[in-house]
Design a protein around this ligand. Structure first.
Ligand code: UDP
Ligand code: MG
Length: 342
């Protein structure tokens, strides 16, 4: 009698958690990053993987990560062909993540990994999205705090998608939410807006944002203003309406003023004076016209970029090390993997 064929039993008992980490020239923070993140993951009663997205670093970050991967199962590197920006890097990470839930985390440890167990708990009790809301922002200037506050409020006034105040990209998303997000194929990726557009049952956890452990922020004020404009114009067309409104107000004021000039000229016969007011009006209207053309141009530019249908990012390589991720998924992890800081 033939022996029945025995199939290996794959224990898919526990869900897989993916950590997506976009990074750009973060070599100084990487040792501390692994030292703090891996023990937190090892304590979870879950399988896990870390997807590090190298967004075109040129400071040896990728070399260091490859070294860690060779010693640590479950860590993967997605290396992009150049710097595409954090928004594209996050998209790349989410496309490569295989988890039942995905957490997006900054490499500079401003998003404390110690919050991960609380996020996972929320997810396991039914939330599809767990948002991390900043209670405080240590290490950031008063001006940055004020401008961020102002921007979030302006954004929510202008768009129908409600973007929760003081939340960044640090969040957990279930597979359902990630798949929904990846359906959004647009090139202008304002992630905070895209995350909010997806919706789904959401829980909010408050946390204290920490200062960067090392290195420098990649954002300067022109960059932040650009991101703010991107946010405003990606999610609503109300700036176009503002242009119409301002135009209407200026036109009504202009006609009242014109009427007054005519009446004055007829009554007093003073038709030639008024040069200063003429110059003031012309430059005022010129300013409004340029601004309105600029607003229209922003939307035309966006349409142009979308119409080219270029990929959001290009991958140079995906490095998984000696052990394949599938083996890792099927293996029960015990204890913190040993990673020595170099
Ligand atoms: N980042 C990236 N690509 C970029 C800029 C930044 O992947 O072009 C990463 C960066 O390495 C970090 C995260 O995005 O992990 C947040 O960047 P940063 O700390 O500079 O921004 P901040 O926290 O000051 O807003
Ligand atoms: Mg940071």
């Amino acid at each position: 009698m033939n022996k029945p064929v025995e199939f290996p039993v794959i224990p898919f008992d526990k869900p897989l958690l993916s950590l997506v980490v976009p990074l750009f020239n973060e070599r100084p923070v990487l040792p501390v990053f692994f030292e703090r993140v891996l023990p937190v993951l090892a304590k979870l009663d879950l399988h896990w993987e870390v997807v590090l997205v190298d967004d075109g670093s040129d400071d040896g970050s990728a070399r260091y990560i490859r070294d860690v991967i060779n010693r640590t199962p479950g860590v993967r590197l997605v290396k992009l062909s150049r710097n595409f920006g954090k928004e594209a890097a996050m998209t790349a990470g989410m496309e490569h993540a295989r988890g039942d839930a995905v957490i997006v985390l900054d490499a500079d440890l401003q998003d404390p990994p110690e919050q991960i167990p609380a996020m996972v708990e929320c997810w396991q009790s039914g939330a599809e999205v767990v948002l991390m809301q900043r209670r405080s922002r240590a290490g950031e200037t008063a001006f940055k705090r004020w401008s961020a506050h102002f921007f979030y409020r302006l954004l929510n006034r202008t768009s129908r998608t409600n973007i929760p105040v003081d939340t960044g990209d640090f969040r957990l998303m279930s597979r359902k939410a990630v798949n929904a997000l990846l359906e959004l194929k647009e090139r202008n990726r304002y992630m905070k807006g895209l995350f909010a557009w997806v919706g789904m049952p959401t829980r909010i956890i408050q946390y204290d944002r920490e200062p960067r452990v090392a290195g420098e922020t990649k954002w300067d004020y022109p960059g932040l203003v650009g991101l703010a404009l991107e946010g405003l114009t990606s999610f609503s067309i109300s700036p176009l309406r503002w242009a119409i409104l301002i135009g209407l107000i200026a036109a009504s004021m202009g006609s009242v003023f014109g009427l007054w000039i005519v009446v004055k000229a007829i009554m007093l016969g003073d038709a030639t004076s008024g040069y200063p007011s003429l110059v003031a009006i012309i430059s005022f209207l010129g300013g409004i016209q340029l601004m309105s053309v600029g607003i229209v141009g922003e939307y035309v530019g966006k349409t142009y970029i979308e119409s080219k249908q270029r990929p959001i990012y290009l991958t140079e390589e995906v490095f998984e090390g000696r052990e394949s991720v599938r083996q890792h998924i099927n293996r029960k992890m015990t204890g913190a993997p040993h990673v020595k800081a170099v």
